[in-house]
Design a protein around this ligand. Structure first.
Ligand code: TZP
Ligand code: MG
Length: 222
C-alpha cells in the first residue's frame, strides 16, 4: 500500500462498526444504515455466535448490508470468511491470529484491504512484516461481544505498539464507549471498532453520533 493509501485507510478506520445478525436486535441492514447516518466510516460484517446465519442466508444478509454501504460510499469488510468476501466482492477481509495465515489470505484476496487482530506489541511487529493493511488491537477493555476474547490488554498495549515503531493504521476494539474514546486515541489509535456500543443501543444512529463527536474532539487539530 502506498503512503497515501495508508492515510486514506487511517481515516476510514475512524468509526468502524462491526455487526451481524446475532448482535442486532432489529434488521442488521437497518442498523447499518442508522450507524452510517450517525457517522460510521467503515462496516464489518461479522456473523458469529449462536444462531448465526450460514450458507446462502449468510450471503444474502451480507449483500443487503453491503448494498447499504455502497449506497453511502462506505467500505464493506467481511470477517474471516474469505469465500464470502470474494463472492460478494467486498472491499476487504478481517482475520484473527487463529485464522488462515495472513500471507495466504493476501494471495487469495489480491489488493483488497486486509486487517489482522493483534493483542500485543510482538504480534503487531509481526503484522507489520506481513502484507496487512491495518491492525485491530484488542480487546482493549473487557467485552461481552466475543465468546473467546482474550484478557483486556488496556490502552497500554496500543501505546507500546506505537513505541515499538509500528506505524500501521490501527483501530482499537473491545468495550469501547464514548467515555473511552479520548484515551484510546491519545494512546495512538487511528480509530475505534465497536459492536455493542452501537448495535445494542436503543438508537444506533444516536449512539454512532455520540462516538463520532468524541472522535472529532479527540482528533481536533488547529
Ligand atoms: N475482537 C476483540 S474484542 C471484540 C472483537 C470482535 C468484540 C468487540 O465488541 P464490543 O461490544 O464493542 O466490546
Ligand atoms: Mg477470526
Amino acid at each position: 500500500m502506498t503512503g497515501a493509501a495508508a492515510e486514506q485507510l487511517r481515516k476510514l478506520l475512524r468509526l468502524y462498526i462491526v455487526l451481524g445478525s446475532t448482535n442486532c436486535k432489529g434488521d442488521p441492514a437497518f442498523v447499518t444504515a442508522e450507524a452510517i447516518r450517525g457517522g460510521a466510516t467503515m462496516i464489518q460484517f461479522r456473523e458469529k455466535g449462536l444462531h448465526a446465519r450460514t450458507g446462502a442466508a449468510k450471503e444474502k444478509l451480507a449483500r443487503r448490508i453491503q448494498a447499504v454501504c455502497r449506497a453511502n460510499g462506505i467500505p464493506f469488510i467481511v470477517n474471516d470468511d474469505i469465500e464470502l468476501a470474494l463472492a460478494v466482492d467486498a472491499d476487504g477481509v478481517h482475520i484473527g491470529q487463529d485464522d488462515e495465515p495472513a500471507s495466504q489470505v493476501r494471495e487469495r484476496i489480491g489488493n483488497k484491504w486486509l486487517g489482522l487482530s493483534v493483542h500485543t506489541a510482538e504480534e503487531a511487529k509481526l503484522a507489520a512484516k506481513l502484507n496487512v493493511d491495518y491492525i485491530g488491537v484488542g480487546p482493549v477493555y473487557p467485552t461481552a461481544s466475543k465468546a473467546d476474547a482474550r484478557e483486556a490488554c488496556g490502552t497500554e498495549a496500543i501505546r507500546e505498539i506505537r513505541e515499538h515503531g509500528v506505524t500501521l493504521p490501527l483501530v482499537a476494539i473491545g468495550g469501547i464507549t464514548p467515555e473511552r474514546v479520548q484515551e484510546v486515541v491519545y494512546a495512538g489509535a487511528d480509530g475505534i471498532a465497536v459492536i455493542s456500543a452501537v448495535t445494542a443501543a436503543p438508537d444506533s444512529r444516536d449512539a454512532a453520533q455520540k462516538l463520532a463527536r468524541e472522535l472529532n474532539s479527540a482528533f481536533w487539530r488547529y
